[in-house]
Design a protein around this ligand. Structure first.
Ligand SMILES: [Zn+2]
Ligand SMILES: [Zn+2]
Length: 140
């Protein structure tokens, strides 16, 4: 628990019992999570408290957001060393079978050269298909 507290402090987030609880739930979630996923997991936490915590964590770069095209924004906890700059960004993978979105931290976003006058601010790179677990269990 101490480590978790430190990670909040490192990001300039004041530690409260609820925030720790929310962060804990995020860390133990097996894939990227949406607000609804956390609501399900933390039914003791008030909805608006939960969405405020998510917003704060996102602002303070403790978590990053992913638009996987499923209709709800997903989030995932950032590495301690991550500063969410463009060169920290990685590819995400959305499994069409289990519907889980996972971070592929080892794969950096390919760099694109934009036409003159365009300035890149964020990238959302989502690959879709079957994840390692689902492709193994696939019956041919
Ligand atoms: Zn899957
Ligand atoms: Zn990610």
């Amino acid at each position: 628990m101490k480590d978790h507290e430190q990670r909040l402090i490192d990001r300039g987030i004041r530690v409260t019992a609820v925030r720790l609880l929310v962060f804990q739930a995020m860390l133990t979630h097996p894939s990227a999570f949406s607000l609804a996923d956390l609501e399900e997991k933390l039914d003791s936490v008030d909805k608006s408290t939960l969405s405020r915590a998510i917003r704060l964590f996102h602002e303070k770069l403790l978590i990053h957001s992913i638009d996987d095209g499923s209709g709800s924004i997903k989030y995932s906890v950032c590495d301690s060393a991550c500063s969410c700059r463009l060169d920290d960004l990685h590819v995400h993978f959305y499994c069409t079978r289990c519907k889980h979105t996972r971070c592929l931290e080892q794969i950096a976003i390919p760099s694109v050269s934009l036409p003159p006058g365009f300035a890149l601010e964020s990238v959302n790179f989502v690959l879709k298909g079957l994840c390692d677990k689902c492709s193994k269990s696939r019956k041919c």
